[in-house]
Ligand binder design. Structure first.
Ligand code: PMP
Length: 444
């Protein structure tokens, strides 16, 4: 008989070749596939062939879990791009920057003081959600699985007894003791002790804390610069001896923003995901000024997973060596692609009075040594009609899947559109938006 053809939702017809007009434009996730064509064009430079016997050990020759060669290339890359000061700083590797963001909260809470720490950020914000958010733990090895179980139990106990100090949470220790008896492994015990040793709560927007920083409260501020969702460069708002910032620089690369000067903060976090686009390799690094914070973050990474996969470190080395070799080809590719998309989106919306996107001023970039136009990773999109308009629903009805503004602490008039997915995703977005705008009453 005839071969059965399984089409996906966007294609139909006998041989799956007909594009369906009902196919939605999905611009929800921040999957950085816009960089795929770059690696296709440079196929040999990004390719790896690894023997089965290569790097089987838990550690590198010097007992460390961090590839010295990779660390060297990361420092070199920062100095070529001029986006971070790394001289005299410590570097910690993580399973994506997600793990490092959690490691940093944990470590700053530990090193800040013995009392409970409040975690704050400024709206609209990337919802990192330290540890309690279990989305973080989608991985792999047995140690991590045990850590997940511990974390679920701790969070569950906390949720039920919210408002109490952790020292009062007797139920945590009884729950974890039960698990101790069941699992009875040394790793499990050390992790239980480790993850129980500090406590922190996500409490909300920095504006609540602006006047409270001269008290004794320990405050950890998340600063995402450029910001996700709105692409603006940000600085920490809170000051004082009890305020510590975690600077998430996932997008601080020439693809997405001008680089005005090298970042020079105490805790800076970067990721391969948005630099080369290899989000699935799960590799990030933190640049740390203070040795105690560095030690605490290293201990965290070691407890949660015995460090970062050496295969991943090899991939990162191969890619970053290439990125740091030429004349910044990946940055030109990244900037031109993103700039082009931003221009097309701007033109599409220029005839609309119903919808708007954020404005970002051209800015001097020390990497390109000139003033350059914006090219953010996301559009922070606003429905302008009603105060309480559900912008997500408006766009969903027009066949566009976005991420709700409420997830970023904003109101429902806002949504985020990802511009870093494939060219097909972007083209479909523009096609759907063009139709939506043309149907507007009184479109200009
Ligand atoms: N920080 C920001 C601001 C992000 O947008 C993302 C991914 N969307 C991350 C961190 C996490 O990236 P990863 O864990 O892949 O390094």
């Amino acid at each position: 008989g005839k071969p059965v053809c399984e089409c996906n939702t966007c294609f139909g017809g006998p041989d799956c070749s007909q594009f369906s007009p009902d196919c939605p434009a999905d611009v929800d996730s921040g999957n950085p596939l816009f960089l795929e064509p770059f690696w296709m064009q440079n196929a040999a430079s990004g390719a790896l062939l690894v023997s089965g016997w290569h790097r089987m050990s838990y550690s590198y020759d010097d007992q460390s879990n961090i590839s010295e060669e990779l660390e060297k290339h990361i420092r070199k890359l920062h100095s070529i791009v001029g986006n971070a000061v790394t001289e005299g700083r410590f570097i910690v590797f993580g399973t994506g920057s997600t793990q490092l963001l959690n490691a940093a909260v944990h470590s700053l809470a530990l090193t800040n003081s013995s009392s409970r720490a409040a975690v704050v950020t400024t709206k609209p914000f990337y919802p990192v959600n330290p540890l309690p958010n279990l989305r973080v733990f989608l991985f792999f090895n047995s140690v991590t699985m045990i850590a997940i179980m511990v974390e679920i139990l701790i969070q569950d106990a906390k949720r039920r007894l919210i408002g109490y100090e952790v020292s009062e949470l007797e139920s945590i220790s009884s729950l974890t003791k039960q698990y101790d008896n069941m699992a009875n492994t040394q790793a499990y015990k050390s992790q239980t002790d480790f993850f129980r040793s500090v406590d922190y709560n996500f409490v909300g927007d920095t504006s609540l804390f602006k006047n409270a920083t001269d008290g004794n409260a320990n405050i950890i501020e998340f600063v995402t610069s450029p910001n996700n969702p709105d692409g603006l460069l940000k600085k920490a708002v809170l000051e004082g001896p009890h305020a510590k910032a975690i600077n998430d620089h996932a997008y601080f690369w020439p693809h997405y923003t001008a680089i005005p000067a090298p970042a020079d903060e105490d805790v800076m976090i970067f990721t391969l995901s948005k630099l080369t686009g290899h989000a699935g390799s799960r590799f990030g690094w933190a640049v740390i000024k203070d040795e105690a914070v560095y030690q605490a973050m290293s201990a965290y990474a070691s407890q949660i997973s015995f460090g970062v996969s050496h295969d991943t470190q090899l991939v990162a080395l191969k890619l970053l060596k290439f990125v740091g070799q030429g004349k910044g080809e990946i940055f030109d590719f990244g900037f031109e692609t993103m700039r082009n998309r931003w221009e097309i989106l701007g033109k599409t919306l220029s005839v609309s009075s119903r919808f708007s996107i954020q404005e970002i001023e051209p800015q001097y970039c020390s990497f390109y040594q000139k003033v350059r136009e914006p090219s953010p990773a996301y559009a922070w999109f606003k429905c302008e009609r009603d105060e309480d308009e559900d912008c997500y629903a408006v766009l969903r009805a027009a066949g566009i899947i976005t991420r709700q503004g409420t997830i970023f602490g904003a109101d429902s008039r806002y949504v985020r559109l990802s511009l870093i997915k494939t060219q097909d995703d972007f083209d479909l977005l523009i096609r759907k938006l063009t139709i939506l705008v043309s149907e507007e009453d009184g479109a200009k």
